[in-house]
Design a protein around this ligand. Sequence first.
Ligand code: URA
Length: 416
Amino acid sequence: MRTYELIQKKRDGGELTAEEIEALLKGYLSGEIPDYQMSALLMAVFFRGMTAQETTALTMAMVRSGETLDLRAIRGTKVDKHSTGGVGDKTSLVLIPLVAAAGVPVAKLSGRGLGHTGGTLDKLESIPGFTTELSAEAFVSQVNRIGCAIAGQAADLVPADKKLYALRDVTATVDSIPLIAASVMSKKIAAGSDAIVLDVKTGSGAFMKTLDGSRNLAKTMVAIGNAAGRRTVAVISDMAQPLGMTVGNALEVREAIETLRDGGPDDLRELCVTLGAQMLVLAGIAVSEEDAKARLERLLSDGEARAKFREMVRAQKGEAPAPSSGVVVAIDAERIGLAAMALGAGRAKKDDVIDPAVGIVLRKKVRDAVREGEVLAAVHAADRRRAGEAVARVQAAYAIGRSAPPAGTLIHEIVT
Ligand code: URA
């Protein structure tokens, strides 16, 4: 059938086959089907909806439009989590280290804020030096090493969603349940986890304002996930008022840390424990929700969840470890200055723009004792590549010897 006839079929309430949906998506991505025809189809879907088969077919065609993440190298049942977005929703910052501390490996790809809703990447990037740009190899190896990682989605994952979302955004077709469900689930399926817990928000601060709408969206997404062979559960949580007491990136990170310190607001804690319990049950490491909740409460009160958060932040921040044990005998100040300059703290050319957020924090100075692997300095970089380069430069600037040199002089002379 021609594109015209497929639009007509959907407009008149017909059901598109999986082959027709695949052909439409492929045609749109190749540029053969223009924006105006895809816009008409999206509007027909908006009014006519999609059957469960159509929605799953659209999701899987979107998954096939790009690369998928292969997480097989990570041991255990990987469980992902996704929120449909809300105000003050800092859940992932608490939940991911919390369930990782319980033994569930989490390889989480997160997004940025959309409209009035915040995004986990923006929140994490308010931690100085934290990078969310991880290669697939670094991402997988970090999850194997410490149990969790949160990174930004690579551009080659579900390119169909980027193109379709941009079109929906300008054609008043964003708030269609099958289109939202296919958009979210295609990204979750491409991200490779074995099981998925969805936090579907409902209320004034959510995309879905009514409980009926949120329940429909939740059921649609759970059906897609299960049809794709990923065990999927959705929790519908309230977004009639902001979650917790803070809204805004750095403030939300602080509130998440308070919660990991066994404090924080009750609603945030309850939501994290509820979502976490579903994740533990899906991973098969808790016998019941009650058992899972009790374990998660314990990990919050005994500091293990907080320690896991610190481990994740340390892993995703550039830190220069000491190559050997001994005493710092010298730090080449010029080399450190050049490393900071290369990060963007200084100018190499006169019109270079200074990045005020980047730089180096020394943790060891001359005459300090160090153990092999201990952090000499932390690098605050704008991206992973420059962080790696700066770490190597910082290590080269430190000289480590066997015994401490004589105490140095700070004020050499006063000349009048
Ligand atoms: N979030 C998404 O990822 N996709 C949508 O369509 C709506 C919200």
